[in-house]
Write a protein that binds this ligand. Structure first.
Ligand SMILES: [Mg+2]
Length: 398
């Protein structure tokens, strides 16, 4: 262990979108508040802690959430308002260190190692930030303090809401050991399943597996990664103001996909994940890229640039399906699928859609682009957006 361990704080607002709605409408406090897309394909962006008692969680289809809690308060996403508060919160973080790396509107890493002489240790600074955020915005934030990003992020999530978790240097392994493997960065369901078969269900179990076994099973790079993170080792630096160039997700399947229907279902899942991440970052993008790796490891990408930026899962899915037709997927078994969006702009980018933003539906005057897209699809169906997508189909190929 280093003699001068870093002091990293991970800060994560509690049920951010839902908390903002309750801040603006105090009569909603204590009620199950669910914020999300209004279209049939809409997903939950945030659920208040009251709503979570009904089993509602983010990324769940809105339709399912309504079924679980019919009397819940269902609200549209008001991205402009969330961004406003996000700027206020990030400005508070910046008073304590210039090394602030935002991960989304409501989440950031801070490296306060160099601030200690002036402001006190990591725990003192984290407490001060929590207080400032509460006093200046009326919202609560959970904090994790540790010597690495990995451990700080896991720590902040442990005692939500309004949590505070300190992992003293040297105690990273002990802290992680009892936690389920799924809490580790980069461990998806597939990896967790394989590890469970190898007898590892906690991070401590994983830490005890020999490195050679892990590299044999997962390949040298992923195997070594798993070995290191299980020991709480993560050397990544806090990178201030890192601007995302693109946002995407990909998935390698345990069994190659052969049927068109199954491939399309996976594509819908990926599109939903990516759309959600775009909205969490408060951005939309114009260039959509589909990546396909075939069973024989040949890899291709197909891209298209839309006339208007999007962060809507329905449109992403529709577009990637068009791109899929330009691949051999279905005739040739597919090993990996990836969806990414680049050419990112702030979420409110009006474009043609601003035409619709003037249509009254709810009283609020700020409507995010996604809300506008949701309204169009509600009113005119998915097809309303599709033709523009198809027209743009002669876009770039890579
Ligand atoms: Mg959060």
């Amino acid at each position: 262990m280093s003699q001068h361990p870093r002091q990293i704080i991970h800060l994560d607002m509690d049920a951010f979108y839902a908390s903002v709605e309750m801040l603006d409408r105090p009569e909603l406090v204590g009620q199950p508040v669910i914020v999300g897309g209004a279209s049939n394909r809409g997903v939950v962006s945030a659920a208040s802690y009251e709503a979570r008692k009904y089993g509602i969680h983010s990324a769940m289809p809105m339709v399912a959430a309504r079924r679980l809690c019919p009397h819940g308060v269902f609200l549209p996403v008001r991205m402009a308002r969330y961004r406003e508060l996000s700027e206020q919160i990030m400005a508070i973080f910046h008073r304590f260190t210039p090394l602030v790396e935002p991960l989304s509107l409501d989440e950031a890493f801070l490296d306060v190692t160099a601030s200690r002489a002036l402001l006190g240790d990591g725990a003192t600074i984290a407490e001060a930030i929590k207080r400032r955020v509460r006093e200046e915005t009326g919202l609560t934030v959970s904090a994790g303090v540790a010597s690495s990003k990995l451990v700080a992020k896991i720590a902040s999530d442990l005692h939500k809401p309004d949590g505070f978790t300190l992992v003293p240097p040297g105690q990273e392994r002990e802290f992680l050991a009892p936690l389920p493997i799924g809490r580790l960065w980069g461990v998806g369901t597939a990896t967790a399943k394989t590890l469970a078969l190898m007898g590892a269900s906690t991070i401590g179990d994983l830490a005890r597996l020999p490195l050679a076994l892990l590299t044999a099973k997962f390949g040298p790079s992923h195997g070594e990664h798993l070995h290191l993170v299980a020991q709480g080792i993560d050397e990544r630096e806090v990178e201030p103001e890192q601007e995302a160039k693109s946002i995407g997700n990909e998935e390698t399947f345990e069994k190659d996909l052969r049927e068109q229907q199954v491939i399309e279902r996976e594509l819908l899942g990926l599109s939903t994940k990516v759309a959600r991440r775009l909205r969490r970052h408060g951005v939309c993008g114009r260039t959509i890229t589909l990546k396909v790796k075939y069973h024989d490891f040949r890899q291709i990408t197909r891209s298209v640039t839309l006339p208007v930026a999007t962060c809507d899962e329905g449109e992403l899915y529709g577009t990637t399906k068009v791109l899929l037709d330009r691949t051999e997927a279905g005739q040739v078994p597919v090993r990996l699928l990836g969806v990414s969006v680049s050419g990112l702009t702030a979420g409110e980018a009006g474009g043609q859609l601003s035409l619709f933003a003037t249509q009254p539906k709810k009283k609020g005057k700020q409507h995010g682009l996604h809300a506008a897209v949701d309204r169009i699809t509600d009113k005119y169906g998915q097809q309303a957006i599709k033709p523009a997508t198809l027209l743009a189909g002669e876009g770039k190929k890579e």
